[in-house]
Design a protein around this ligand. Structure first.
Ligand SMILES: [Zn+2]
Length: 572
């Protein structure tokens, strides 16, 4: 390891030809040199690590070369070139404005500008991160930039062009550097690996390039890191482990589960990924990037935008075949929204789980346009009560609010999760409950589409009924419900026979709620609920008024009648 030189320095391009990913720009610069049309100030803009300073140095070397090649490249042999390559040339000055941004720093630079070069024709001043100069320094510099000596050339470099004053911009020739394409970075890394005698899988280098986000310098630094970690054998597995990148296999599995609508397994897989220590937001942005890659694979025209690498391409193409394009558009939109909301969310895990639940619903064939309309929670229609407290539902529509926003969960998941998630229903009951019973046969087709009609037994009914009763806050109603069980009759008719009008009224009031609860629990929207008071002469009739209670007690104990007589009592 003696004299170890980091790859970013060792493999820094020495001529325009070896600059990666900035072809049109380097050609323009070479032509300017060949034609002798040099400006006094250049502005190189672009993201970090894409070759701005490197190009500035090559440019400085080339314009001073004494034996320039006909193609505009420096000879690397003349005295000037040698001094540049050995970092001892006096014709190049670099100022890092990030750390030297004061007026004094600029003044000392301006002092040097006046001195002409001793060998070569031009002195080149590179000011890196020029947007960091203080306003005082800018003003001091502006005058020199307006009237520079003929031997001085300024190359200003910045990652943030928008922060520069228009007076600076208008005095410069502007060159915009591109983010380097993933494939270009991968190819260059392959070349470096080959030169260093390192065994590297192309997929592994692809992960490095993705991580570097278009910057060659970063890519080379990351490359050094994974080489030392994997001891010269750079495999895909070692790289994703070292860089803490989520294996694309996970995204393939998640997408498969989403397409199947398998909420349960999807949430379990998400849990597995989170338990490996991956950051939630990384998972979301990774999923979005993955879906984007699948999307560009769908179309022969956009496949040029696919940069993941050839080894995985077949897998992506295959998945793209089974993803409807509408699914991909909507899934991307949802993932992006989740990403935006992630930082401000107070329950980030829930936010992610909601995303996956919603994604699982996207591709469900059951989800028709009509269903979607029905998942909208409608405002509760005004209900008016008459004086007896008996509800009279007058509106044509009695909306039953979905208990939760989740709909169309697959049945197996529901059963598993029924403790936590009550299956939502979104039903619009046309007409009042009673009218509904009468007009049952003539329901619109819209109604029938959301119809659930699962078989259930008297026991199922009782247990669903009791769940509701236990949660009821009105103690009288709760007792009524616990004392009077519903009876399942033919054709999903449910009858509750109570013993007095107050109970009947209370239960009638609750019918919309009860309907919502029972139809969800029983997965049957064709149920009809009727409440009635038992016949007064029925053998099971319960006494309600005081007189009835007395008569009831007297039948059990005839001595009561004697008591009344003896004491001359009166019953009002
Ligand atoms: Zn030369």
């Amino acid at each position: 390891m003696d004299n170890y030189i980091v790859s970013a320095r060792k493999y820094r391009p020495a001529n325009f030809h070896s600059v990666i990913g900035q072809k049109s720009l380097t050609v323009t610069l070479k032509n300017a040199i060949l034609n002798g049309k040099l400006a006094h100030a250049y502005l190189f803009c672009g993201p970090r690590g894409v070759g701005k300073t490197t190009c500035a140095r090559i440019f400085a070397k080339s314009i001073n070369c004494m034996k320039l090649h006909p193609d505009g490249e420096a000879c690397n042999e003349c005295e000037s070139c040698k001094s540049f390559n050995e970092n001892r040339s006096y014709n190049i000055h670099e100022l890092d404005a990030a750390s030297n941004n004061g007026v004094d720093d600029i003044r000392s630079l301006i002092e040097q500008v006046r001195i002409p070069p001793q060998i070569g024709k031009y002195k080149v001043y590179i000011i890196d991160e020029v947007h960091m100069l203080s306003s005082g320094a800018f003003n001091a510099f502006l005058k020199t930039l307006e009237e520079p000596p003929h031997h001085a050339i300024f190359i200003l470099a910045t990652t943030e062009k928008h922060k520069l004053l228009p007076t600076i911009l208008s005095r410069c020739q502007i060159y915009d550097f591109n983010r380097i394409r993933i494939n270009d970075i991968v190819e260059y890394l392959e070349y470096v690996a080959q030169q260093e005698g390192i065994n590297a899988e192309r997929e592994a280098l692809n992960v490095v390039a993705q991580k570097a986000d278009g910057g060659m310098r970063d890519a080379l630094s990351i490359f050094d890191q994974v080489v030392s970690f994997s001891q010269g054998n750079v495999t895909y597995k070692s790289v994703i482990e070292n860089l803490n990148v989520l294996d694309s296999d996970y995204y393939f599995s998640l997408t498969d589960l989403i397409l199947q609508g398998n909420v349960g397994k999807c949430l379990l897989l998400l849990d597995e990924i989170l338990s490996k220590g991956f950051d939630g937001q990384h998972i979301i942005t990774g999923l979005a990037a993955f879906l984007r890659d699948v999307m560009v694979c769908k179309d022969a025209e956009t496949i040029v935008l696919f940069e993941v690498g050839d080894a995985l391409k077949g897998k992506y193409l295959q998945l793209a075949q089974s993803c409807p394009v509408n699914f991909l558009y909507r899934a991307l939109k949802m993932a992006n929204e989740c990403d935006l909301n992630y930082r401000i969310s107070r329950n980030k895990r829930l936010l992610m789980e909601i995303l996956f639940i919603s994604l699982c619903q996207l591709n469900q064939p059951l989800q028709t346009e009509d269903d979607k309309k029905k998942t909208v929670i409608e405002p509760i229609a005004a209900q008016s009560s008459n004086e007896t407290g008996q509800p009279t539902v007058q509106k044509d529509t009695v909306p039953v609010s979905p208990q939760t926003v989740l709909s169309n969960l697959p049945k197996e998941d529901l059963r598993k999760e029924s403790a936590n998630i009550t299956r939502p229903i979104s039903i619009t009951i046309k007409k009042t409950i009673k009218e509904n019973q009468e007009t049952k046969g003539t329901n619109s087709s819209e109604d029938r589409q959301s119809e659930l009609n699962e078989h259930f037994t008297q026991e199922d009914l009782i247990s669903a009924w009791q769940i509701y009763a236990q949660k009821e806050e009105d103690i009288h109603l709760k007792n009524t419900m616990l004392n009077f069980s519903p009876l399942l009759k033919d054709n999903c008719n449910i009858e509750i026979v109570v013993s007095n009008p107050a109970q009947e009224a209370k239960l009638n009031e609750k019918i919309p709620d009860l309907y919502s609860h029972l139809s969800a629990k029983l997965r049957n929207t064709t149920i009809r609920i009727a409440v009635r008071k038992e016949e007064p002469n029925s053998p099971t009739a319960q006494p309600f008024t005081d007189k009835e209670k007395y008569q009831f007690m007297a039948t059990k104990n005839p001595n009561l009648n004697t008591l009344i007589k003896e004491f001359g009592l009166r019953l009002d």
